[in-house]
Design a protein around this ligand. Structure first.
Ligand code: ADP
Ligand code: MG
Length: 662
């Protein structure tokens, strides 16, 4: 129902609610307090002026009601707490006068004034709560709308019919409080134990619903008949023999799995995860090659321009003897070129397209898209993934992620996928030797840099900002360019790279760095994902406290790409304890777990931005046991066809709407 249907809510209030993401009564009733304030009954013998007070008492006299003006009334009466008499004043509760009979017991909440031994009440409860505590729900609010108002509006609709998404048999299994009781308890808790039960019910409900959707999605994809290819295994072994290196055991395993995915008639839906530098790209390229052999188009979508350019050149290099028509499409591709590419994609002239988000723009249509690969997958939301997916007939999908995802995230966010992990690093890799230095120690850092340069190696320098900013005392790219030129400019070339450069400039800089025409590349985190220059053996990250551990780990993954000793220097005067973790381990899994612990669920891996993991009340980290239960239950629900047995129309609709299961 519309918010306007609630008495007292006009257009102005609606706008305020909209700011909180509340658009209808259902949103409102599901707007849960983010915390609770527990108020204990006051000790009346120990009151000071202006103390917040909450006491139970018996009404001593008939309340006096004064009408001050049209909008304001004032009521006064006395209560006896058993130990003391108090004068109580309360505004705008005139309508309660008839309920306040002499002798009835009430709870008064307000502020104590020593003068007159009185209480200015902001609320009274007609029945005493019977407990020694009161629990006050606290909502996230917006200026113009108080906690109290939000609470009151919610209570006006708390009796409206709401939908329960937990099937009865599961409700019974866990002895959950019923939906209505739980809802009421969340907004009007009287007892901490009950509140806990109510919260548990809603957490489970939220997780069950999410997992149910995941399960249905997974099943419907499993049921999706995909393209059945007929690629001979020798084609695969032949191309592997021609690669400039031997595949690692895990790379081989991954491509074998993919090979059988492609040759089966079920659509592939696979996540390929592996630490930075573990060699995912080649697995993706081989997949694309197999798809090409069977006559279908492939799309490789990556999150940044620079990465797309690099993949594009690598692809051309690796398959230079094959007759594959591969093209690059990004937001910065010229209009003329774009038109040509659109046309050739549509008519099937292009075999492989590599690019950024531009690949999912509405103008892009494919002739026969058979494979979709997304690199650094966690940066794309589910919607974007689905968007690309929908452009093929039933394309096979390979997602790649360099961020080792803690199991919690993997089974929730990627609950609908098969997973291959690359754990073995290509042989000869050494861990990146990592130092943490303060700004005072910059001389040591410059010395280290000088050594690397003298050994004909190259260096990345990372800055948190592009240009100087008066408000932030940070090193910017341009400032560092000046400093580096001062230190090394006579002998070595310094280049800069950042998101504001245009395509051509970026390509030029990258190409110069690749060919060692630039020895020191100063950059923002745009090099974080995937950039690959083997001769670069050192990275210096200024103001490194500005970055998350996972990001820093990704960044330093740019060096240590061959058997040479490589170095990463983190410069920071702050948060050294956190950063120190990186000096101790090169294990991406450990680091992401640590990041996870430090930052809590939500913001890591840009998941929050993608909006996939925003739960209202559940916290997938804290409530992980519940996550597992919800997953198990939702899978059994589908597998045992429980939805055929239940009468809850809403759940049935949900299952049907997101699947082709009948
Ligand atoms: P990521 O998994 O981070 O995307 P890349 O695919 O960029 O890693 O690989 C990192 C580097 O390792 C690349 O230069 C790549 O050519 C190289 N590489 C990949 N696989 C192997 C291998 N089996 N042996 C040696 N080098 C490899
Ligand atoms: Mg990569």
């Amino acid at each position: 129902m519309e918010l306007q249907s609630i008495k007292g809510i006009g257009d102005k209030t609606v706008k305020l609610f909209n700011k909180l993401g509340i658009y209808n009564t259902n949103d409102l009733i599901n707007y849960f307090p983010f915390r609770y304030e527990v108020i204990k009954r006051s000790d009346v013998n120990n009151l000071k002026d202006n103390d917040k007070i909450i006491i139970d008492g018996v009404i001593e006299n008939i309340p006096n009601l004064y009408r001050i003006n049209k909008k304001l009334d004032k009521m006064t009466f006395r209560i006896n707490s058993g130990e003391q008499l108090f004068n109580v004043t309360i505004f705008n509760r005139g309508f309660l006068k008839s309920s306040l009979r002499i002798g009835s017991v009430i709870t008064v909440i307000g502020k104590y004034n020593v003068k007159n031994n009185s209480i200015t009440a902001n609320d009274i409860k007609l029945m005493t709560l019977g407990n020694k505590i009161t629990i006050e729900p606290i909502y996230h609010k917006v200026s113009g709308l108080s906690n109290k108002q939000i609470h009151n509006y919610i209570n006006k609709i708390i009796d409206q019919e709401t939908i329960s998404y937990i099937p009865n048999y599961l409700e019974e299994k866990y002895h959950f409080l019923d939906h209505y009781k739980s809802l009421n308890c969340l907004h009007n808790p009287t007892d901490l134990k009950l509140l806990k039960q109510a919260r548990l019910r809603f957490k489970y409900e939220e997780l069950f619903l999410f997992m149910l959707k995941m399960t249905v999605l997974k099943m419907s994809k499993k049921n999706n008949l995909g393209l059945k290819r007929n690629i001979s295994y020798t084609e695969l072994t032949d191309i592997i023999k021609q690669l400039p290196f031997t595949l690692t055991v895990d790379q081989k395993k991954a491509i074998d799995m993919i090979y059988s995915d492609l040759n089966s008639n079920i659509a592939m839906n696979r996540l390929l995860q592996g630490d930075v530098g573990s060699g995912k790209t080649i697995v993706a390229f081989l997949t694309i090659y197999l798809n090409y052999l069977s006559g279908y188009q492939s799309a490789l979508m990556v999150p940044t321009e620079i990465l797309s350019i690099q993949h594009y050149h690598n692809f051309l290099e690796i398959f230079k003897n094959k007759n594959i028509n591969c093209r690059l499409l990004t937001g910065k591709t010229s209009l003329k070129e774009k038109r040509k590419i659109y046309d050739e994609l549509k008519t099937g002239k292009i075999d492989v397209i590599i690019g950024t988000h531009a690949l999912i723009s509405d103008n892009v249509n494919y002739y026969n898209l058979g494979l979709v690969v997304t690199d650094e997958q966690h940066r794309f939301g589910v919607k974007q993934r689905e968007n690309l997916y929908n452009k093929g007939i039933t394309p096979d999908i390979l997602y790649m992620s360099a961020t080792p995802i803690p199991r919690t995230y993997a089974i929730t966010l990627y609950g609908d996928m098969d997973i291959s992990s690359i754990k073995t690093m290509p042989s000869g890799r050494k861990p990146v030797i990592t130092y943490l230095k303060s700004n005072k120690e910059i001389k040591d850092v410059l010395n280290l840099m000088y050594n690397q340069l003298e050994n004909s190696h190259q260096i990345y320098v990372i800055a948190p900002l592009i240009e100087d900013n008066d408000k932030l005392d940070l090193d910017s790219i341009y400032k560092l360019e000046y400093k580096m030129n001062l230190a090394f400019g006579k002998k070595y070339n310094v280049g800069i790279l950042h998101g504001k450069l245009n395509n051509k400039e970026k390509e030029e800089v990258m190409s110069k760095f690749k060919h060692n025409d630039i020895q020191i590349l100063i950059s923002t985190t745009v090099v974080e994902v995937g950039v690959d220059v083997k001769n670069a053996t050192m990275m210096v990250i200024f103001d490194s406290y500005r970055f998350g551990l996972s990001t820093l780990h990704q960044l330093r993954g740019r060096v240590g790409r061959n058997s040479l000793d490589s170095y990463c220097v983190l410069i920071s005067d702050r948060e050294t304890k956190r950063l120190d973790i990186l000096t101790k381990t090169n294990d991406g899994f450990k680091i992401s777990e640590e990041d996870f612990k430090l930052r809590g669920s939500g913001d890591i891996f840009g998941i929050r931005q993608s909006g996939d993991m925003c739960f209202n009340i559940a916290d997938i980290k804290q409530d992980f046991d519940l996550v597992l239960k919800a997953k198990e239950d939702s899978e059994a629900f589908i597998k045992n066809k429980e939805y055929l047995k239940i009468e809850n129309k809403h759940i049935i609709d949900l299952v049907k709407s997101s699947s082709k299961i009948s």
